[in-house]
Ligand binder design. Structure first.
Ligand code: SAM
Ligand code: GLN
Length: 284
């Protein structure tokens, strides 16, 4: 047994992480994972002695995070909409803001389409598969296709779909090309494309460990929305739902692009829980 009790290990981790300007609470998260305990079990076991093996693993994990490695890359997954998604350096770690996009879309599907109507949904730039897989599992009447330009991302998404038992088609390709090739119409098109302006400086945990391909969207971050606005009118039927995640401050620009593409559509700019514009939803 090491000489360390749970609360002492956590105290060490939080002061060490604070010194290195990292999230002080990361230690708790890492110790949950190492001990296989949830938060309340860990709280109840504050005086338990850590085994040597667990202490060594904990110290190493805390130091890895202190040097900038995302916690999710250390533990290998992120939770999204209550499910575990495997992540790695090839995919964006799914963000809580994207859960808000899912909620908004689920609500609007109910309002726009008859219950249980078979619908075709495409998720463009699927990354870990978070959006496509969650939509399929929350709404069984959807036929879901997920695309990405990155083969390595698609492989990760496929593994997540298998693990979570979501039946989804995957297709590699540049933005809407895989959809155009099929000459079909899509009732629902969703995307959280890269939207960060190319020259923005990001936190090193993000910049050094998440793929640039998933983050940067041209000089003003809007390149992908411009391409969407050009091609989407060819891909949707009379009645359709298109929803994007966007960066803070991009709401009006993206809504204007969609207005040009779909002049009679109803377009909403929605804020996230932090009050930042985060979604543009177009109902056609
Ligand atoms: N949908 C995931 C999510 O919300 O967590 C990942 C979103 S990430 C911001 C953007 C994704 O778009 C990345 O997986 C990236 O590989 C993909 N991507 C970048 N350029 C693309 C392109 N030209 N065509 C298709 N996918 C692209
Ligand atoms: N929300 C991500 C970030 O701030 C960016 C995701 C994106 O570009 N779509 O790091």
């Amino acid at each position: 047994m090491s000489e360390r009790k749970v609360f002492e290990a956590l105290k060490w981790a939080s002061s060490f992480l604070k010194e290195q300007n990292r999230d002080e609470n990361a230690g708790e998260w890492l110790l949950h994972w190492i001990l296989g305990m949830d938060r309340s079990q860990l709280l109840a076991e504050q005086r338990m002695l850590l085994s040597d093996k667990d202490w060594i693993r904990f110290e190493r994990a805390v130091k890895e995070h202190a040097s900038g490695k995302p916690i999710q890359h250390i533990i290998g997954y992120e939770e999204f909409f209550g499910r575990k998604f495997m992540v790695n350096e090839h995919v964006l770690i799914p963000r809580p803001e994207t859960e808000e996009l899912i909620e908004a879309v689920l609500q609007r599907i109910k309002g726009l389409f008859p219950k249980n109507k078979p619908l075709k949904l495409a998720d463009i730039g699927t990354g870990s598969g978070a959006i496509a897989i969650t939509m399929k599992l929350e709404c069984q009447n959807l036929e879901v296709m997920a695309t990405d330009i990155s083969q390595a991302a698609l492989k990760t998404a496929q593994q997540n779909a298998k693990q979570l038992k979501a039946n989804i088609q995957f297709q590699q390709g540049d933005l809407l090309e895989p959809l155009m090739e099929r000459e079909e119409k899509w009732d629902i098109i969703l995307s959280n494309p890269p939207y960060i302006p190319d020259h923005d400086v990001l936190d090193d945990v993000v910049q050094d460990h998440e793929p640039s391909l998933a983050l940067f969207g041209g000089a003003d971050g809007l390149d992908f929305y411009r391409r969407f606005a050009m091609d989407l009118p060819k891909l949707v039927p009379q009645q359709a739902l298109i929803a994007f995640e966007i960066g803070a401050g991009q709401g009006h620009a993206v809504a204007d692009l969609m207005k040009q593409a779909f002049p009679s559509a109803q377009i909403e700019i929605l804020l996230d829980i932090n009050g930042k514009d985060r979604m543009v939803i177009t109902q056609i």
